[in-house]
Ligand binder design. Structure first.
Ligand code: NOJ
Length: 519
């Protein structure tokens, strides 16, 4: 484990919407540098930047046209290097977004691979051997593009139609055009992606959030070949860049930790039941108190067992693919959700703007965002023009901003001690000062019954110190059996300080949370 991760609280920045310094309506890297102190002040010490590379932006940059070139709208490669240096000077670290599964159709590799004449890139993507051949119903392939190339073949799609699948081979080969995982062309793709990682690591980046990390090897039902591929990537990093961090968008920690990732995200897809807590008809964190956290906890426990109790799972407040948390929870309910996110093992991820409770807007799709567009609106810094995001005319902004008179802003949130921002600030500071709330401290669930409140767990640090965390978002008192002796209240939300822990029972007031140091 890279040591800085032990203490990391991440902040996800969607570069186009963070801060615009050149008045083109789109955020940029100099803007991120300018706002680093803000992120640090909140308490975050690590960044994940969504893709900031040359791209036609059909999928907001997840359609890369050049992995080694910063998109001009964000600045230059030198700007990105300055960002790494500026972050390091503040004891912060930066993960870039690696998109290894597909490129844009504009990528020179793809253009070369479309040619009839054999060349270095002929096998770089998953092509059939005849323009009419179906790619078949192969796990990991999301469609096919045909009739777009000079060569006689159709190309497999990894996500949107303009994102052709890079060729890492097939675990089970059923057609003559499918490459083996150890074929020269599949190994060349793998090497090319190692070169991309090396390019940015040499320039000061600290690692990668890996997009669709489980999607690389096709027809790989148990994903063992994909796991082996990542083990090889990790071995390469361990040799040349041992400190480089890899965090996977995969959602199956039992596989990813074995594959060599430091952590895996719990997300809106997969088996984690993440959505039960935050985004469903009856989120567990809503005060109506009609939610269920038990399946989330059961899956979490199972994943802990499968990963040797390491608990290396990242729980994000949101991300650029999900509706904003604020769509489901109001700012007070969000405080409770953050008390959870910031007291669990693994690295917490705060999605930009969630710290002030930015709203989810209903907007027409921009750059392939669809329903995600409303979670990608420009940051609201102040009450000024375009909420301080940009001095471009409002109609030039990347995406429209929250038109509400009470649109939350950083300025207002920081001025109000009672704000969500300050609650998060307090929670992060406490997490840092308390070993038992850290990334690697164990978690044991004490109470997490079906359809019930509260949720109670104990975190235990390596030095033996323990903290009991009890959360009751419901608008009614809730109690549970709980046989611990507390020594000191470390944190209270709502009437949390009035929680009673005695005679084997914990009674939690309505809408309250408490963290208690155990004797
Ligand atoms: C997951 C990313 O988070 C999402 O934004 C993107 O559209 C797809 N992968 C395709 O790269």
């Amino acid at each position: 484990m890279s040591s800085w991760l032990d203490d990391a609280v991440f902040y996800e920045i969607y570069p186009q919407s963070f801060y615009d310094t050149n008045a083109d309506g789109i955020g940029d890297i100099p803007g991120i540098i300018e706002k680093l102190d803000y992120v640090r002040e909140l308490g975050c010490n690590a960044l994940w930047l969504n893709p900031c590379f040359a791209s036609p932006f059909g999928d907001a940059g997840y359609d890369v046209a050049d992995y080694c070139q910063v998109a001009p709208r964000y600045g230059t490669n030198e700007d990105l290097e300055h960002l790494f240096a500026a972050a390091h000077a503040r004891d912060m670290h930066v993960l870039l977004d690696l998109v290894p599964g597909h490129t844009s159709t504009e990528h020179p590799w793809f253009k070369a691979s479309c040619k009839a004449e054999k060349n270095e890139f002929t096998g770089r993507y998953v092509w059939t051997d005849n323009v009419w051949s179906p790619v078949g119903d192969v796990p990991g392939i999301n469609g096919v593009l045909r009739g777009i190339a000079e060569r006689n073949g159709a190309v497999a799609v990894n996500f949107f139609a303009f994102q052709p699948a890079l060729n890492y081979g097939f675990a089970q080969i059923t057609e003559p055009w499918q490459s083996a995982v150890d074929s020269p062309e599949a190994l060349a793709t793998r090497q090319a992606m190692k070169d991309v990682m090396a390019f940015w690591l040499d320039r000061g980046c600290d690692g990668f959030r890996v997009d669709m990390a489980g999607s690389l090897v096709k027809n790989d039902p148990g994903q063992e070949a994909t796991i082996a591929l990542w083990q090889d990537m990790r071995a390469f990093l361990d040799e040349r860049y041992p400190g480089a961090v890899l965090i996977s968008e995969w959602g199956e920690p039992d596989k990813t930790i074995r594959a060599g990732f430091h952590m895996d995200f719990l997300l809106q897809f997969g088996t984690s039941h993440y959505m039960d807590l935050f985004r469903c008809d009856h989120p567990w964190f809503a005060r109506e108190g009609a939610g269920d956290a038990s399946e989330f906890v059961a899956t979490y426990r199972r994943n802990m067992e499968l990963t040797d109790g390491k608990g290396l799972m990242c729980i994000p407040s949101g991300n650029h693919d999900m509706e904003r948390l604020r769509r489901y929870l109001d700012p007070d309910e969000m405080k409770m959700a953050f008390a959870f996110v910031l007291s669990m093992p693994g690295c917490p991820f705060i999605y930009y703007g969630d710290e002030i409770g930015m709203r989810h807007l209903d907007l027409t799709s921009v750059e392939g965002g669809y329903m995600r567009t409303g979670a990608r609106t420009p940051m609201q810094w102040s009450a000024g023009e375009n909420h301080g995001f940009s001095s471009a005319p409002a109609e030039k902004l990347y995406v429209a901003q929250d038109p509400a008179a009470d649109a939350p802003t950083v300025e207002a949130a920081m001025a109000d001690e009672q704000s969500l921002w300050h609650e998060i600030h307090r929670l992060i500071a406490l997490r840092r000062a308390t070993p038992a709330l850290g990334v690697n401290a164990a978690v044991d669930f004490v109470y997490c019954e079906k359809d019930a409140y509260p949720l109670v767990y104990v975190r235990t640090a390596e030095d033996g110190s323990r903290v009991l965390v009890a959360l009751n978002p419901a608008a009614r008192e809730a109690s549970c059996p709980c046989d611990f002796e507390g020594s000191e209240v470390l944190y209270a939300l709502g009437k949390g300080a009035e929680a009673a822990l005695a005679d084997g029972t914990l009674v939690m007031p309505a809408e309250s949370a408490v963290f208690i140091a155990l004797a």
